[in-house]
Write a protein that binds this ligand. Structure first.
Ligand code: AMP
Length: 418
């Protein structure tokens, strides 16, 4: 039987206080299904995307078990390792441990690349129970022997599909090889293609399987539509849409960092508060952009897929796919940024003639066709606005987004973040 209230779950009173302070009363389906098994020490294979409450599903039982065993944190030897594909997601997981565990005497730290390692090394040297890490930085610190993984008791691999997309498989294998054989392992992935399933099989022993909101059943509450537009008309279409004040917190996705910058500059030139988030930005600039968006100072955040992974901002009113993604699964991740925490949301996808195949792939994945919106205002304004002047080095004719170079670029983009 699934517990209907958090207080029905056998979590320690101090942890229950942290959960209550976070404002949670009812466990989400993945929490209800996973927490009791994780408290018993079972391995878990979770098919769930962000927005389902999966972080608390693993963080709460971890905190509970650590509080029960009540062993002091040892310098350099964490007891729990959570691997996350991106810095943003790692930071958010760290915040979750902080929130839920604030009444418990447990220490955690978050390590990721792109910033100096000094403070991270110091935190680990003091001793932490829980280490949240991105794979690249973790490997660096393991090699330098600042951190040892041989006393890890619980290992969480979060967003495994994204890890593999980002080329992390060799890092994951090396990290897993450094873990003790005897451990509890939790494996989360939004999608479960064959390569992910076989990685899971190699890491888990007799796991409990929990699947919620499979990626093919796009969040029901989101109103989704597509607007067909010439490639050169996207800019004017966006400007037209943003005249409507009901688009008050808007997350825009572009396919490349360069296009994210371009769109941001264009919006700023129209005095629309906009900022960009992508992996070429320093950590400080990314945090600043995110804070501005969270607090409402910035109305529009323009992001690439990787940078936006795991973004947790409540009350995103609209997601706009300025470019459709190459991987249809990314569409589901993108639109999942809206309609969070019980709110309704709207997702609008711009589709140029060159993107029709991508639209078809998305529709196949979500199992339905997206209604096309024809806006006379927009159509006429598009006709009235001159297409953007081609910039130097920018292709204006077929394949303007560099599709064939995609894999190489993504690797390169990521290499800078490790
Ligand atoms: P996650 O899927 O872990 O990224 O969580 C998505 C969002 O749901 C976060 O903003 C969480 O704070 C929130 N959340 C997680 N569990 C609950 C819950 N049981 N009740 C209400 N909100 C929750």
């Amino acid at each position: 039987m699934n517990p209907t209230l958090f207080q029905d779950l056998p979590l320690s009173p101090l942890l229950q206080r942290g959960v209550a302070a976070a404002g949670y009363t009812h466990p989400t389906p993945i929490q209800a299904a996973a927490i009791p098994h994780l408290l018993e020490g079972r391995d878990l294979l979770g098919c769930a995307q962000t927005g389902t409450g999966k972080t608390a599903a693993f963080a709460l039982p971890i905190l509970h078990r650590l509080a029960e065993t009540n062993r002091p944190a040892q310098p350099r030897f964490p007891q729990v390792l959570v691997l996350s594909p991106t810095r943003e997601l790692a930071a958010q997981i760290g915040e979750s441990f902080q929130t839920y565990g604030k009444h418990l005497p447990l220490r955690h730290t978050v390590i990721y690349g792109g910033v100096g390692q000094g403070a991270q090394v110091q935190a680990i040297a003091k001793g932490v129970h829980i280490l949240v890490a991105t794979p690249g930085r973790l490997q660096d610190l393991v090699q330098q022997r600042h951190v040892r993984l041989d006393r890890i008791e619980i290992f969480v691999l979060d967003e495994a599909d994204r890890m593999l997309d980002m080329g992390f498989l060799p890092d994951i294998r090396r990290i897993v090889a450094a873990l003790p054989e005897k451990r509890q392992s939790l494996f989360f992935s939004a999608t479960m293609p064959d390569n992910i399933a076989s990685l899971a099989k190699s890491l888990l022993t007799n796991p409990v399987r929990v699947a919620v909101t499979p990626v093919s059943s796009t969040v029901e509450r989101i109103e989704q539509r597509v607007m067909h537009v010439a490639h050169d008309g996207k800019r004017a279409l966006l400007q037209q849409l943003l005249k409507d004040d009901s688009l008050h917190r808007v997350l825009i996705f572009t396919r490349t960092k360069r296009r994210a910058e371009l769109v941001t500059r264009e919006l700023r030139s129209l005095r629309i508060n906009a900022d960009a988030i992508h992996s070429d930005k320093s950590q400080g600039a990314r945090n600043h952009a995110l804070d501005g968006f969270r607090t409402g100072r910035t109305r529009v955040l323009v992001a690439t897929d990787i940078a936006a992974r795991g973004l947790d901002v409540d009350d995103v009113s609209h997601v706009i796919n300025y470019d459709l993604p190459h991987e249809p699964e990314s569409y589901v991740h993108r639109i999942g940024r809206t309609a969070r925490a019980g709110a309704d949301g709207v997702a609008i996808s711009f589709c140029s003639p060159l993107e029709k195949d991508m639209l078809r792939d998305v529709e196949r994945l979500i199992g339905r066709s997206l209604p096309a919106e024809k806006s006379m205002t927009v159509a006429s304004s598009v006709a009235a606005v001159k297409p953007p002047r081609p910039r130097r080095n920018e292709r204006t004719t077929p394949n303007p987004n560099g599709a064939p170079r995609r894999r190489k670029r993504r690797r390169k983009q990521f290499a800078g973040t490790r």
